[in-house]
Design a protein around this ligand. Structure first.
Ligand code: NDP
Length: 296
């Protein structure tokens, strides 16, 4: 079955891989990117070349998740061209590296904007269409970060991913009676194959950052290197894309609530599974078990 799908943050990394894999599987994929005519023009051309070479339907669309006007325009264009949107992949994100105290409030707000408020902009544009059709799927690219054995110095990013996860969990129940399904994909740390680490933001307050560096000299880089060593050498970021294709292909009502792809096995899966079990038990106890699955 061919579905119409938007992937946000598709200029690089998981987003680019997910776009290609979903298109290879026969879907019509709109790869949301910002700066399509300048900074990301090469990514746009690469995708067009891929689509042509492989005979698949994937195209870039201007979509800056930090700008509601841009989001609304992209969604309107897709609905105009295709009549509906079946699946949204909330993938756009941005990481930070450095001691939390050295980030300004404005920087942390901006990290929340990219990783959390972005999803609200897209959902408020897409969900009215899905609710009307009583059908749809939200795929959230979450993270093991806030739950596993993870290092310090990634605080603003971890906090934002935890907030995104929390929104995803609540929205899943709220949209379920509209027939809209949700899955949270939970990748572990992949230090190669994406721009996640290379493009990480750093604290603006260099004076405070230096005071931390003086006391913890080299510790941040050392911890990140040790974290990377916990992953097997053959950890393949494309596995995230393969898992997204597999869950999109599953019938509504049978998709997993979470999918874990964590080669380092940092323990997050165990913690999430307890939380998800407690959530299921709560809904059963209060007589709202139906909210655990989309109405079919
Ligand atoms: P990348 O940096 O390669 O990808 C991030 C993408 O988000 C880029 O395409 C970037 O676009 C895009 N983006 C950022 N801000 C905006 C915006 N305002 N509008 C549109 N697009 C935007 O890293 P990953 O592929 O690793 O990250 C993808 C997702 O995976 C994120 O949600 C991340 O939190 C999550 N993740 C990553 C892990 C990892 O270890 N790699 C582990 C767990 C989760 P641009 O090129 O224009 O900046």
């Amino acid at each position: 079955m061919s579905r119409t799908i938007i992937v946000t943050g598709a200029s690089s990394g998981f987003g680019a891989m997910i776009t290609r894999s979903l298109a290879d599987a026969g879907n019509v994929v709109y790869a949301g990117m910002r700066h399509t005519t300048d900074r990301n023009a090469e990514a746009v051309a690469d995708l067009a070349g891929y689509a042509k070479e492989h005979g698949v339907q994937a195209q870039a669309i201007e979509l800056d998740v930090a700008d509601q006007t841009s989001v609304d325009a992209a969604v309107a264009q897709i609905v105009g061209e295709r009549g509906s949107i079946d699946v949204v992949v909330h993938n756009a994100g941005h990481m930070t590296l450095g001691p939390v105290e050295a980030f300004t409030v404005e920087q942390i707000a901006s990290i929340y904007d990219t990783n959390v408020l972005s999803t609200q902009r897209v959902n408020r544009a897409v969900l009215p269409h899905m609710r009307r059709r009583r059908d749809g799927l939200l795929v959230w690219i979450g993270s093991t970060s806030a739950r596993g054995g993870t290092p310090p110095w990634l605080g603003p990013y971890f906090a934002a991913k935890a907030a995104e996860d929390s929104l995803a969990v609540s929205i899943a129940a709220e949209v379920s009676r509209f027939g809209i399904d949700s899955t949270i994909v939970v990748p572990g740390s992949f230090t190669t194959g994406t721009n996640h680490y290379a493009h990480a933001g750093h604290p603006d307050d260099e004076v405070v950052a230096k005071e931390y560096e003086n006391l913890y000299a080299g510790a941040m880089d050392d911890l990140l290197a040790k974290q990377a060593q916990l992953s097997p050498a053959d950890a393949d970021p494309d596995e995230v894309a393969r898992q997204v294709v597999a869950l999109v292909d599953q019938p509504k009502g049978q998709r997993p609530f979470r999918v874990f792809i964590d080669p380092a096995q940092d323990g997050a899966e165990e913690v999430f599974r307890v939380g998800d079990r407690v959530r299921r038990e709560f809904y059963r106890e209060v007589g709202y078990e139906d909210l655990l699955r989309p109405a079919t």
